[in-house]
Design a protein around this ligand. Structure first.
Ligand SMILES: [Zn+2]
Ligand SMILES: [Zn+2]
Length: 352
């Protein structure tokens, strides 16, 4: 079969590779329909390895070169064990998180923070290929009215849904989302589903603000031109947002989020970030504000598929490009040169 494999930074090769072996008892093999390009993939492409390990992964044993890609949909071609509700030939979305299944966190359902966990496309060969091995526990059968394309964005949507759940957004809350990239848009869509009244976004790129206004945010601010903290404060009756969700991972913006959220409000950090940030403890203690981290999702992908199937969630604004996997190396180079060009690009190993 063919796969777009990561050999090192700036070195992606579309090449012939061995097809996945027969699945083990915790595995399934899926014929890929679509697989989305994530910021994580771009990061690995530009200056990896970050999440890719150069030695064998402790759980999967896989090591590079390997195909990237963890936001995928497709058709089941082999199951390593019987799974209720899923059969060979079914169209599925895949939760790509490998988990040990026996640790403190796994047995409590927090498999996404299992110390050994890793993702398909980073800890094992990924979905930028004709076929991919995925965790059997992560399969969700697709209802007839959820397309393969939309199912491929169930994974990034699940990140947004998980962040909004962590934030405890309630009907009538005013929510500020910092950053209008793919995760920011997913957070906005999920916050709207949770009943957010005012939905404010801070995003420097005009095209992304347009998209956000198109999906019904209350205001989309350019942080270079507006004092977002003051604007939202005024728009919320001089109270401030109940919830601020950062989708950028930029340390300075996390500190800003703390001083922006209302007294008693919640800040949720959803951007993949590192680095130190200085926060005045008084900003937390005297105003009883909370700050939470959020990582990925657990059990959120089936919820997203249900929301899509029942017509409550239209995630199509996330998808801005559909291209053949054979052009994958160029697509990555293009995105690296101009990340603003797209929200989410989907690649398919099948013909377009
Ligand atoms: Zn991703
Ligand atoms: Zn575990």
């Amino acid at each position: 079969m063919r796969a777009l494999r990561w050999h090192g930074a700036r070195d992606l090769r579309f090449e012939e590779v061995a097809a996945p072996p027969e699945p083990g008892p915790h595995e399934a093999v899926v014929e890929v329909a679509w697989c989305g390009v994530c910021g994580t993939d771009l990061h690995e492409f530009l200056e990896g390895p970050h999440m890719i390990r150069t030695g064998p992964h402790p759980l999967t044993g896989a090591r590079p070169p390997l195909a990237l890609g963890h936001e995928l949909s497709g058709t089941v071609v082999a199951l390593g064990a019987e799974v209720p509700g899923v059969a060979v030939g079914d169209r599925v979305a895949a939760d790509p998180v490998w988990r040990c299944g026996v640790c403190y966190w796994c047995v409590r359902g927090e498999y996404h923070i299992c110390p050994k966990s890793g993702s398909v496309g980073l800890a094992s060969p990924g979905g930028f290929a004709d076929r991919v091995t995925v965790p059997i526990a992560g399969l969700t059968r697709l209802p007839g009215n959820v397309t393969d394309e939309l199912a491929a964005v169930a994974e990034p949507m699940a990140v947004g849904l998980h962040a909004v759940t962590r934030a405890g957004v309630r009907p009538g809350d005013n929510v500020l989302v910092v950053g209008g990239g793919p995760i920011g848009v997913a957070v906005v869509l999920a916050a709207r589903l949770a009943g957010a009244a005012g939905l404010f976004v801070s995003e420097p790129l005009a095209a992304r603000r347009e998209t956000l206004l198109g999906i019904g945010v209350t205001e989309a601010y350019d942080p270079r031109e507006s004092d977002v903290r003051r604007e939202v404060f005024l728009r919320t009756g001089r109270i401030g947002p109940d919830v601020v969700i950062d989708a950028t991972g930029i340390p300075a913006l996390a500190a800003q989020a703390v001083s922006t959220v209302r007294r008693g409000g919640r800040v949720v950090l959803a951007g993949v970030g590192h680095g130190n940030v200085e926060i005045d403890l008084g900003q937390l203690v005297f105003y009883e504000r909370s700050v939470l981290g959020t990582l990925g999702y657990n059990f959120d992908i089936p919820r997203v598929i249900d929301l899509m199937s029942t017509g409550r969630l239209d995630a199509s604004p996330l998808i801005t490009g559909r291209l053949p996997l054979a052009d994958g190396a160029e697509v990555f180079a293009d995105l690296a040169a101009d990340r603003a060009k797209h929200l989410k690009v989907l690649l398919t190993p099948k013909g377009l």
